[in-house]
Design a protein around this ligand. Structure first.
Ligand code: GAP
Length: 453
């Protein structure tokens, strides 16, 4: 049963060290968050799962990690300078600013006044000075999407790998948008991460590939614990499409605050490669090729036999990491009533996403033999390379189990007197069933590996 309110998640995230308001000690910074000790593990695990599925388990995708600071020409020809805007209205009474399309009525949600300005376009990109002269002549943008650097590196990747469509380029990284009204915890923020794949295909096969990628992505989210039944497909109406898109399907998740976009899967056609390509002689294939583009390259592929050039179409599954973390947390959260009248809070993450894989708990924290054995087991399990294994130093087994339920640790391994004095076995306790079983220390590595397989 997912969390019933955003407040419950926000509170758990702060209390247990998943997510903190950034610059908290100075009153915070609106729409900016920091990931704490468990949040960084969860986020890294989600990104690793995406990378595994997109790059390692496929034979048709290459990876990229491009710079965040972006040449303004890239974002001029991509269309972002002109069109990457949200409609902004000001309240003349209290001076609050709002996104016009988020207002349900023409009334300031802050003070109730109806004295609002007409909406005007507000560009969401952050600009920053490059180099020591800040007279505005040399500046870069913080990228508003990771995608553009995939397009501008298209030629480099093709030349380096000899790839031909269908193939993709995957990237995970930060993106920045100066959102007018960041809100709903990490759902709408100004600094976030995206996991984006640009999958290049022959024109004419694009619609088929688009549908195939929608199915792929639904299956992937399901494997992260975000089930198909909690996602709705929203086919974006033509008049709401982004400037580059021929068709977009949004995966809409039931977030605690409402049903909103988790991932967008767009058919960007040849818009971007065409826009970044200079029209050269006979090369005017792509409808969007800019005759006076400043780029010096042809972002296209040549048929080795006929020598004709084609600008591939691109299908783009673009997921937000932070929205993914929020969805995974929400799905994992449950409060269970126990037989003894108490309750426990559990984050039932899929094992590969759990921030801590195994907690090793010594029954007595001052007993040299038990402590030494527990530390040795911690080292042994860490060496399996499954992720973080924690040596738990509290000495209170019951409390340790509750705490690890609440942060989603799948297994707790308890070292007690029997371990060192009797039979060299430990108790392994399962987060979901709370079942406990004795496992020989010599067999523990295989037991844990099997669990996480
Ligand atoms: N390259 C395509 C693109 O950027 P988008 O729909 O604007 O498309 C893709 O963004 C994903 O990035 C969204 O589905 C969402 O998960 C995430 N995202 C966008 N803006 C965000 C924000 N302000 N805060 C958090 N995540 C955001």
């Amino acid at each position: 049963m997912p969390a019933s309110s955003m407040d419950e998640l926000v509170s758990l995230c702060k209390r247990r060290g998943f997510i903190f308001q950034s610059s908290d000690i100075y009153g915070g910074l609106q729409g900016i968050y920091d990931y704490g000790p468990l949040g960084v593990e969860l986020k890294n695990n989600l990104k690793a799962a995406w990378w595994r599925a997109m790059v390692y388990e496929r034979d048709d995708v290459e990876g990229l990690d491009a710079a965040i600071l972006t040449n303004p020409l890239t974002l001029k020809y991509s269309g972002h300078e002109d069109t990457f805007t949200d409609p902004l209205v000001d309240c003349r009474s209290c001076k609050a600013r709002h996104r016009a399309d988020h207002l349900t009525e023409r009334k300031c949600p802050n003070c109730g006044s109806t004295d609002l300005t007409d909406p005007r376009p507000f560009n969401l990109m952050f600009k920053t000075a490059l180099g020591p002269v800040s007279d505005g002549s040399t500046f870069g943008y913080l990228r508003p999407e990771t995608a553009q650097a995939i397009f501008t590196n298209f030629r480099n990747v093709v030349d380096a790998t000899s790839r031909r469509p269908p193939f993709g380029i995957a990237q995970i990284g930060k993106a920045f948008r100066n959102e007018i009204t960041p809100r709903n915890f990490i759902f709408r923020v100004r600094e976030f991460e995206q996991m984006e794949l640009e999958f290049f295909v022959e024109p004419g096969t694009d619609e088929e590939w688009h549908e195939a990628w929608i199915e792929e992505r639904l299956a992937w989210w399901d494997a992260q614990g975000v089930s198909r039944s909690r996602l709705e497909l929203f086919r974006v109406p033509p008049d709401e499409l982004a400037h580059y898109s021929k068709a977009t399907v949004d995966l809409m998740y039931h977030f605690p605050h409402g049903v909103e976009e988790l991932e967008g899967i767009a058919n960007r056609t040849d818009f971007d490669l065409g826009s970044h390509t200079k029209s050269q002689g006979e090369f005017v294939i792509a409808a969007k090729v800019m005759p006076n583009n400043d780029s010096n390259t042809k972002l296209a592929v040549q048929d080795p036999d006929s020598k004709t050039w084609t600008v591939p179409y691109v299908i783009e599954p673009s997921a937000g990491v932070d929205r993914g973390v929020l969805a995974v947390l929400n799905e994992a959260y449950r409060v269970e009533q126990l037989d003894n009248g108490t309750e426990r809070t559990v984050l039932g993450f899929r094992p590969h996403l759990a921030p801590i894989k195994v907690a090793v708990v010594p029954l007595k924290r001052n007993h040299d033999g038990i402590v030494a054995k527990a530390r040795a087991i911690k080292q042994q399990l860490s060496a399996l390379g499954l992720g973080r294994v924690l040596y738990e130093h509290t000495g209170n087994i019951g409390k340790a189990y509750r705490r690890h339920d609440e942060v989603g640790t799948p297994l707790c391994v308890t070292v007690d007197f029997d371990t060192i004095e009797k039979d060299d076995t430990v108790t392994v306790r399962d987060r979901d069933t709370m079942a406990q079983q004795r496992v020989a220390v010599g067999a523990l590595g295989d037991f844990v590996k099997d669990y996480f397989r």
